[in-house]
Design a protein around this ligand. Structure first.
Ligand code: 3PG
Ligand code: MG
Length: 398
């Protein structure tokens, strides 16, 4: 998809540029501190480019899913995000604290000078944001001369005003994508269009039912699909393998069933699994074939990892979504770490997507060794499924 990008904008002196970023970062539950600032760092190239062209930047994002209750939502104010954004950018970021789009926000936007940056309050503090509300969108749109979508992680949300109704009401003004969105689209388009072969997919995570469309879209393209994570047990159970005390919902088994005829052809399932005693998860054992009652599968086993690593080494393009084990627990992290390590060393084109998978790769220190780590979770899946995004439809074609 060839969208106009900020590269096609030249002099922006004196212009106010509205930039929709995805600063929906993970927060520590107790303190509200930012636990991973990757999405903020990912937006910096766009913001810096706009500033260097003489623009003033008005950035906006949602953060979490506010409930409309001040006590529950206080950690979802944008103050900490604005502070981190300023630190990373190396210049102060102004921040409004009243209504998302009230007199204070309007005055702050109006007073903004070239080279200055303003961050609006959490867009979802206004219920109109998620209803594509026209009045809300007009009020935001009135602040800017140019609209930039650099929020790849939110591109699949068709009802978010800041993604769809705002650019719609800026018709006639430049509406372009930022560096981050342009790169995400280019990488995924290349991956699904003309990948170097062999093309390998690795999938893990918790639910097959959420990913049926994604798996089917990949199966059309890939030479091979390796399964790990919780979803592996849905496939195994559907095949009639005893998964012991591993919790697998009936709907997950039902979602895996139609894919069974691909198993041992395009799809490979684990042949051994690290299991933990369900009562306390303190002792682990590796089982092949059936899992005894009282034990739960928590990671792929060493034989499986060796086989998967070998597949990775002999592939030219690899896409990975979903951890293959319960990697947050060090005792169950070997599979996920091993997959990341093998990918990092493979020399292949390596694409990692989905929030948790990206976090795992970062945590284990392999992010810089991948061709691309997507900032999208749901958006990454939806784009690969081939869904048209209403947000991108509002941005100018090149
Ligand atoms: C995400 O992380 O999925 C995006 O920021 C969109 O947030 P949402 O899932 O709450 O709509
Ligand atoms: Mg989401």
């Amino acid at each position: 998809m060839a969208k106009k990008t900020i590269q096609q904008l030249s002099d922006l002196t004196g212009k106010k540029v509205l930039v929709r970023v995805d600063f929906n970062v993970p927060l520590d539950k107790a303190t509200g501190d930012i636990s991973n600032d990757r999405r903020i760092r990912a937006a910096l190239p766009t913001v810096k480019d706009l500033l260097s062209k003489g623009a003033a930047v008005i950035a906006m994002s949602h953060l979490g899913r506010p409930k409309g209750e001040p006590a529950a939502d206080k950690n979802l104010k944008m103050d900490k995000v604005a502070a981190r954004f300023g630190e990373l950018l190396g210049r102060p970021v102004k921040k409004t604290s009243g209504d998302v789009i009230g007199p204070e926000a309007r005055a702050a936007a109006l007073a903004l000078k070239p080279g200055e940056v303003l961050l609006l309050e959490n867009l979802r503090f206004d219920a109109r944001e998620q209803k594509n509300d026209k009045d809300f969108a007009h009020a935001i749109a009135a602040l800017g001369d140019v609209y930039v979508n650099d929020a790849f992680g939110t591109c699949h949300n068709d009802n978010d005003a800041s993604m769809v109704a705002v650019p719609a009401s800026m018709k006639g003004k430049p509406r372009v994508v930022g560096v981050l969105v342009a790169r995400e689209l280019e990488i995924i388009d290349g991956l699904m269009g003309n990948p170097k072969r062999p093309f390998l997919a690795i999938m893990g995570g918790a639910k097959v039912s959420d990913k049926v469309k994604f798996i089917n879209a990949l199966l059309v393209k890939v030479d091979h699909l390796l399964i790990g994570g919780k979803i592996a047990y849905a496939f195994l159970k559907a095949r009639g393998v005893d998964v012991g005390s591993t919790k697998v919902a009936d709907e997950e088994v039902a979602a895996a069933r139609p894919l069974l005829d691909r198993v041992d052809r395009t799809i490979t399932l684990p042949v051994d699994y690290v299991c933990a005693k369900s009562e306390d998860f303190n002792s682990t054992r590796v089982f092949e074939e059936a899992i005894p009652s009282g034990w739960e599968g928590v990671d792929i086993g060493p034989k499986t990892l060796a086989h998967y690593a070998n597949k990775i080494r002999t592939s030219a393009t690899i896409i990975w979504n979903g951890p293959v084990g319960w990697f947050e627990k060090p005792a169950f992290a070997a599979g996920t770490k091993g997959v990341a390590d093998a990918m990092a060393q493979s020399g292949a084109v390596t694409i990692v997507g989905g929030g948790e998978t990206a976090e795992a790769v970062e945590e284990f220190g392999f992010a810089d060794k991948m061709t691309h780590v997507s900032t999208g979770g749901g958006a990454f899946l939806a784009y690969i499924e081939g869904r048209e995004f209403a947000s991108l439809a509002q941005c100018d074609e090149r």
